[in-house]
Write a protein that binds this ligand. Structure first.
Ligand SMILES: [Zn+2]
Length: 364
């Protein structure tokens, strides 16, 4: 999520509905969600039920008993967004977890994103304990992982892509799990050897680390809440974009990572990423084919998150544009949708009316 969505600021909401479900049987419920604290609605005297919202996606720091109770009362399911490989606030106090680039230096903070070394065992335990505390305490319908990728900032027209992490922890684990022994006396020499001779193994290994994080998060969630869904807020690129950056930089292998999830939510922020509104529907269609997702599937499902929010320093999303991206995000093979953000919709009557109209008639 964007930084404005940073800790404690943003919340998400989305909607889901009712029953049903087999490959050949009735269509699954259509999830009509909002991302952001529902307080933004409630404080304006607006009702989720009246807007046909049936799911809310909320930053985990904004989850409390009262929000869950009231959302349930309005017929909504409640999903918590959980920051995963976001090192902000952690790497400053634990410099050994700061991602290291191919020259052996700490890779700098990006515009607003700060990642972390994904193989740091102490950080892994720290995050899993936080997840366990969250899911054991609250009656959640699911958890959506965010920032499940290596240190790169992708929510930009031109993403900031760097090669990490070559610290001791990563080099040791790479050696152990691939059997390769990088040659050289320094990090820079070892990184050069890896990238020159074994780039594919390096990229595949990085993807395995990311998938391992997802599997561990899944184990924690399902142990406490077997029926809860695990979702992923995922970078909305094809395999080929930016010179195969999904695999080469982000550590995301579409043949592997989605298998750990019940739902994939591509973050199709057209305005933020400088793309036309029509791209949203095109990408969702592409992803559905790529992941072999069918709208009625009970296995892997796609619920995109589209952009309603206007960037005060960048692209302003009009109500008409919001209509187009919401329609694109909710068209098959998607079986649910949500928008970024609840606040943007709650504060702009025209967008709220658009959402209400489309959510009442999802197939319109
Ligand atoms: Zn590392």
């Amino acid at each position: 999520m964007l930084s404005l969505f940073a800790p404690g600021v943003l919340v998400a909401a989305s909607l889901i509905s009712v029953a049903a479900v087999t490959e050949s049987g009735p269509q699954p419920p259509v999830v009509r969600g909002i991302y952001g604290s529902p307080q933004e609605f409630w404080q304006k005297g607006m009702s989720l039920r009246d807007h046909h919202v049936n799911a809310i996606f909320v930053h985990y720091s904004a989850i409390d008993e009262e929000t869950i109770r009231r959302a349930h009362e309005e017929g909504c399911r409640v999903y918590a967004e959980f920051a995963t490989l976001n090192g902000d606030g952690y790497v400053e106090k634990h410099p050994e977890a700061w991602p290291v680039d191919e020259t052996g230096q700490e890779s700098p903070r990006q515009l607003w994103f700060m990642g972390v070394c994904p193989t740091d065992e102490v950080f892994l335990r720290y995050r899993l304990e936080a997840l366990e505390k969250l899911v054991s305490r609250y009656d959640l319908d699911g958890v959506w992982l965010d920032y499940l990728h290596w240190h790169n900032q992708f929510e930009e027209p031109k993403p900031i892509l760097v090669r990490t992490c070559f610290n001791e922890s990563c080099l040791k684990r790479f050696e152990k799990e691939t059997g390769l022994r990088p040659e050289g006396a320094t990090i820079a020499e070892k990184a050069k050897w890896i990238l020159a001779r074994h780039e594919k193994q390096w990229n595949d290994w990085r993807c395995s680390v990311t998938a391992d994080w997802a599997a561990k998060c899944r184990e924690v969630l399902k142990r406490h809440r077997p029926r809860a869904l695990l979702g992923n807020y995922q970078c909305p690129w094809t395999d080929e974009e930016f010179d195969r950056a999904l695999w080469r930089y982000m550590g995301i292998d579409l043949n592997r990572l989605p298998r750990q999830f019940d739902i994939v939510s591509p973050m199709v922020y057209h305005g933020r990423m400088g793309r036309p509104a029509g791209w949203v529907g095109e990408y969702v269609e592409w992803l559905g084919k790529r992941l072999k997702v069918r709208p009625a599937s009970r296995k892997l499902r796609i619920w995109p998150i589209v952009q309603a929010w206007s960037d005060p320093e960048g692209h302003a999303v009009s109500a008409e544009e919001f209509r187009r991206v919401l329609q694109g995000g909710m068209a098959p093979p998607a079986s649910g949708v949500m928008m970024f953000t609840t606040g943007a919709v709650a504060s702009e009557p025209e967008k709220a009316a658009t959402m209400k109209e489309l959510y009442r008639s999802p197939t319109k």
